[in-house]
Design a protein around this ligand. Sequence first.
Ligand SMILES: [Zn+2]
Length: 274
Amino acid sequence: MNYPENDSDFRCITCLTPTVCQLFGVRLPAQNNDTPIQAVLDAAKKELGDEPVQKMLIFAPDAVGIQLWEKYPENLPRVQNLAPVRVPIRSVMPSVTPVNFASMYSGALPEVHGIQAYAKPVLTCETLFNVFPECEKKTAICSTNNCSIDTIFRKRKVTYISSRTDAESADFTEMLLRNYDYDFILDYMGDYDSIMHKTAPFAPEAIRAYEICIETFERLVKLTDEIWKGYNRLVIWSPDHGSHLRDNGHGTHGSDLPEDLLVYHFYRVKKGIK
Ligand SMILES: [Zn+2]
């Protein structure tokens, strides 16, 4: 693989949680063990001064790794123009979805949060889905039935929308944005992951699913700018892991190969117009 960052520039996937907590002024989940991303704090300071962020959309496209941006660099500006702070991220091992989303939203490593293999139990450690509702920030998760994000963050004071398809999850996210006053919405998309497992990471059907992730992010960010224009707001593009081609010709992940571990997260902070 070929990417411009130095290996030492990569942050652990746990860094999302302390970054978001700092920007909102919300306390850290108890098991958090990481520190905020300085480039994101700097961008927020420039845009907001000392004001906090008030609204957040996190977009989680499963398995969209750096290798996709390397292979299709023409797609990079589409996301980077909307969310210009690009943060190189290293997933935790094993590089599978529940392990990584658990780390991303708790700030804790797998041996601390407890999911160390492909399993989807309800997490018992604290996460953003505890500390946000605790300070009256209305929180919703829009994802697909029984996916990791749908199961591991249950039993919190969160609105769970468990839909049949990625397209419906995005439509429900739009409904929440338009009709309800949520402070934190997480929208998950799993089609790229499931299609690349059935085909291959660069198969045309998989690439179409990757492009649909970008189109959906564009649509939802535009909506946040319309509906949340009066609020200081944050959008984040944050996948869990990448993928690689197995010798059986199909896509997979879970290993410590760079193709599986390395992803980009993209952040944008925008000031509300009073
Ligand atoms: Zn997968």
